[in-house]
Design a protein around this ligand. Structure first.
Ligand code: KIV
Length: 301
């Protein structure tokens, strides 16, 4: 495996070439420096600083309250940790829906202020104008179709999309519109596998699936789901590769026990002072202790 220094920067062109060669694209979410470093080391192609941040890191019940400032703060941390993956910042709810100009201004902040290479936004035909304006300014845009969590109230919950012929046809049309508007890739979330495969074959840009089967050009998961760090609910499409929640609880309980029984810290975790220096200190302290204190009556000694 090439080291992170030998690895070339992943660009939107790299991703397009991967699709053409039939090579699968890997994408994960990250929200902090340490996680970004770990993903860089193993050569993940795309890191998405997703607005899932709101749910898995900040504890909101949906992604709707996430602000631009919260997104930019976490994007900066990720950008400090990973240089080679393509870094995508997720545009939060209401940062691109009001007007294309507003969308462009906010997309620009992800690049100028937070070190992102591209942005992602949710929706089909209704966001095409925003996509066009952002792409025209030179910022790559990733689309997101299917289950779009920012429309949770309109969709009636976190549920699979495109399960009727009519709904699936609309998804295919939206994918084509996003491609024509200049998107470099599209996330397909919670879409039946055969529909995701149809879309992937009908557009030239890569599709990245999450709960959309193996027919997509790449796969993405929310990292906290994959690591078993988010325990509120686990969607059907998540594969847990670790149970870090249980591991964290075990480590915290062991620490608490060690501190309470004085088993930690041991000499191995402790700084020392030279014997002669310590003796000199005690000597100096005993002399100063025997001196009269300011304001003390000497006859009282
Ligand atoms: O916010 C996010 O993490 C996402 C992924 C689910 C693609 O949009």
């Amino acid at each position: 495996m090439p080291t992170s220094l030998e690895r070339a920067k992943i660009t939107t062109l790299t991703l397009r070439q991967k699709k053409e060669r039939g090579e699968v694209i890997t994408m994960l979410t990250a929200y902090d420096y340490a996680t970004a470093i770990a993903m860089e080391r193993v050569g993940i192609d795309i890191i998405l600083v997703g607005d899932s941040l709101g749910m898995v890191v900040l504890g909101y019940t949906t992604t709707l309250p996430v602000t631009m400032d919260e997104m930019l703060h976490h994007c900066r941390a990720v950008a400090r940790g990973a240089q080679h993956p393509l870094l995508v910042g997720d545009m939060p709810f209401m940062s691109y829906q009001v007007s294309p100009q507003d969308a462009l201004r906010n997309a620009g902040r992800f690049v100028k202020e937070a070190g992102m290479d591209a942005v992602k936004l949710e929706g089909g035909r209704e966001v095409v104008e925003a996509v066009r304006v952002i792409v025209d300014a030179g910022i790559p845009v990733m689309g997101h179709l299917g289950l779009t969590p920012q429309s949770i109230h309109k969709l009636g919950g976190f549920r699979a999309q495109g399960r009727t012929a009519r709904a699936a046809q609309r998804l295919i049309e939206d994918a084509r519109l996003l491609e024509a508007a200049g998107c470099f890739a599209i996330v397909l979330e919670a879409v039946p596998d055969r529909i995701a495969e149809l879309i992937s074959k009908r557009i030239a840009i890569p599709t990245i699936g999450i709960g959309a089967g193996t027919g997509c050009d790449g796969q993405v998961l929310v990292t906290h789901d994959l690591l078993g760090l988010f325990d509120r609910f686990t969607p059907k499409f998540v594969k847990k590769y670790a149970d870090l929640h249980a591991e964290m609880a075990r480590a915290f309980a062991e620490y608490k026990h060690d501190v309470e029984t004085r088993a930690f810290p041991t000499p191995a975790h402790t700084y020392t002072i030279d014997d002669a220096e310590f003796a000199a200190l005690l000597d100096a302290l005993s002399q100063s202790d025997s001196l009269p204190k300011p304001g003390m009556d000497s006859s009282a000694r």
